[in-house]
Design a protein around this ligand. Structure first.
Ligand code: GLA
Length: 383
């Protein structure tokens, strides 16, 4: 990939890149919508990445090109403005530039920037966090500031770009996993600190992604709405964040009529989901994949009925997967309102079983989901 990227950079810009960086996509293993509520979450970096090649320019021009297609996009130096239309994909890199001063860093001025990906976009594996982190590392290199920041700051710069420039009120899961990923490990994040740790994946666990390509037209609006509902529920419970509450507090608020309807359901999901993350850690530590799998499926049911961020297509896939031999558990992965489900299986789950699941889906919807047997990989790096 690196050699191909360098060759293509040379073909487009007529010179060699100075630095090459890459950052992986992620699987959300368990902990759905817990991150911005100050909770805990487990995810895995995959061995598919967004790659960035970069070289400085003296004339202050910023030139962007994506291997995904299009033309060279040229922009002036300074603090960037949000783009619409064909240059919209540059918002992730521009958001990183705009974030630099907030972390006491000088912004990169002129450069040639080439982006390439072997991470399928829209597959629920967070290509946006990957492009943000690959960009952070590239811009730190060309400005000679790589020694000034630690890994946690790299992650926070990516999240800042997403929250304040792209405009998505996400938590730290995607950037955290892309930054701290480790092959054959899950990344555990206590999002309040944040505190990052890695947890070995027991031998024999396999991860599969089934991507529906369905995306609710209002997905960003729904995500923001859930975020708001959670903050309101926390307020009604008298705590700063839902992670500060617990089941007893919730039951009391319900009995006293202080929390009801959707707010109650959202809060119950988050509080129980945080507990499930803890249970999953215990199951993994014992190598009990069956127990971990049951928790994954319970997480999906909670998203389906309490957080209501699933869609029928995802439920259909989860139902088909959990009825298939060799599947430990299955759940939607990521924000929801469309997207993908993940399944944890044993080694005997293969193409034949996946095809059965695809067939059940196709019969109902007349379209096939994409299937990816995911391998885990290492976090973002300069190559
Ligand atoms: C998206 C967000 C994450 C997280 C998940 C849901 O992937 O970017 O921050 O909230 O949804 O768990």
């Amino acid at each position: 990939m690196k050699n191909k990227l360098i060759a293509q950079f040379q073909a487009v810009f007529g010179r060699s890149p100075e630095f090459v960086t890459r950052a992986p996509g992620r699987i959300e293993f368990i902990g759905n919508h817990t991150d911005y509520n100050g909770g805990t979450v487990l995810g895995a970096a995959v061995d598919r990445n967004i790659w960035v090649a970069i070289a400085r320019r003296d004339d202050g021009q910023r030139r962007f090109f994506s291997a995904q297609g299009g033309e060279i996009i040229t922009m002036p130096s300074g603090i960037p403005e949000k783009q619409e239309g064909l240059s919209k994909w540059t918002n992730y890199a521009l958001g990183v530039i705009a974030a630099f001063p907030h972390f006491g860093l000088k912004v990169p001025e002129g450069f040639d920037y080439y982006d390439m990906s072997d991470l399928p976009a829209g597959a629920g594996m967070s290509s946006s966090a990957a492009i943000e982190l690959a960009s952070v590392l590239a811009f730190l290199e060309i400005t000679g500031q790589a020694d000034k920041v630690d890994r946690e700051t790299v992650v926070k710069i990516g999240k800042h770009a997403e929250n304040h420039f792209v405009g998505m009120p996400c938590g730290i899961l995607d950037q955290g996993v892309s930054g701290f990923g480790k092959k054959d490990h899950l990344v555990f994040i206590d999002c309040r600190g944040p505190v990052f740790a890695t947890v070995p994946i027991p031998a024999g666990a396999h991860f599969w992604i089934f991507n529906t390509h369905k995306k609710h037209a209002l997905v960003d609006g729904f995500y923001a709405a859930r975020n708001r509902e959670c903050m309101e529920a926390a307020k009604a419970l008298g705590v700063p964040l839902l992670a500060d509450a617990n089941a007893t507090l919730l039951d009391k608020a319900e009995a006293e009529g202080r929390l009801k309807g959707d707010a109650l359901k959202r809060a119950r999901h988050v509080i129980e989901e945080i507990a499930r993350v803890g249970e999953t850690q215990k199951a993994l530590a014992k190598g009990d994949l069956a127990a971990a799998g049951r928790l994954l499926t319970a997480s999906h049911r909670s998203s389906q009925y309490l957080f209501e961020n699933s869609v029928e297509e995802l439920d259909t896939l989860v139902d088909a997967l959990v009825a298939t031999p060799h599947v430990y558990g299955s759940r939607l992965t990521g924000g929801g309102f469309g997207g993908a489900v993940m399944a944890m299986t044993d080694a005997a789950f293969g193409g034949e079983q996946a095809a059965q699941v695809v067939a059940a889906y196709e019969k109902k919807y007349g379209a096939k989901p994409d299937v990816i047997h995911c391998q885990t990989g290492d976090g973002a790096a300069v190559m």
